[in-house]
Design a protein around this ligand. Structure first.
Ligand SMILES: N[C@@H](CCC(=O)N[C@@H](CS)C(=O)NCC(=O)O)C(=O)O
Length: 241
């Protein structure tokens, strides 16, 4: 684990955050988990980054800000100072700003965060209601999740995307963090629900977002890489999707 720099002013930190040739280390477990969108952002960014994994999480946990992963470490090569940032959504919007995934103006940025938040929430609820349920309750909780929670996400997102013209984008005319979050989360949602709720016939506008992201050459290359496949394999082994 990298040791973050201490006792530097927020002004200095902000200057570090804005400097160009920073080196990033993203610490998370060696499966996709909640990271498909975030790792994809790095893979498409051209930034100097490494994906690292805890070697002994029980010992490393207490050294992270909230006892959970992901944590991003960002080091400025000139000063040697390292910034530390935890919480997935904070990291995604921070890097979204840096790497150009947050639209063209304040309102677009805010709309992107709105859709992103809704999609993050539907995944978080899968974790809290189904994956963390006692074994004997899992099937029942999965039924409730699919019928009540996921189906509402599907219905409301399809409606919003239809209303804006089924363009393959939530906001504006280019791919944003909202699109990337939905596309990566759909891999999980489709794996657990088959075509019961989400399909080209039932949800064409949601699938248009999925297809637009899948067509990005750097995204396709990342999904075809041995690194992505290794994360996928462990994810399937541990969580079945
Ligand atoms: N609120 C955190 C939650 C992250 C989270 O739940 N991380 C899990 C892995 S997906 C974790 O670190 N689990 C290990 C632990 O809690 O000890 C975020 O959004 O980043």
């Amino acid at each position: 684990m990298v040791t973050p720099s201490k006792d530097i002013s927020t002004e200095t930190m902000s200057k570090i955050a804005e400097s160009k040739d920073n080196k990033y280390e993203l610490l998370y477990f060696p499966f996709h988990g909640v990271l498909p969108a975030l790792r994809a952002m790095f893979a498409m960014s051209g930034a100097n980054y490494t994906f690292t994994h805890p070697t002994d999480w029980t010992k490393e946990k207490s050294a992270t800000p909230f006892g959970s992963l992901p944590v991003l470490y960002e080091t400025c090569p000139t000063s040697g100072c390292t910034l530390e940032l935890a919480e997935l959504s904070a990291i995604e919007s921070y890097l979204g700003d840096k790497f150009g995934w947050m639209g063209d103006n304040l309102w677009e940025r805010t709309q992107i965060l709105m859709y992103h938040s809704s999609t993050q929430a539907v995944f978080d609820k899968l974790v809290t209601t189904v994956m963390r349920a006692p074994k004997e309750n899992k099937d029942r909780m999965m039924g409730i999740y699919l019928e009540k929670i996921m189906s509402e996400w599907v219905e409301t997102h399809e409606r919003a995307l239809q209303a804006s013209g089924c363009t393959g984008h939530y906001v504006g005319d280019k791919c944003t963090l909202a699109d990337l979050k939905t596309a990566t989360t759909l891999d999980n949602l489709m794996a657990i629900s088959g075509d019961q709720f989400i399909s080209r016939e039932k949800t064409p506008a949601i699938m248009a977002v999925y297809d637009a992201v899948e067509k990005i050459p750097k995204y396709a290359a990342w999904k075809a890489s041995p690194e992505w496949k290794a994360y996928d394999e462990l994810n399937k082994k541990l969580f079945d999707f």
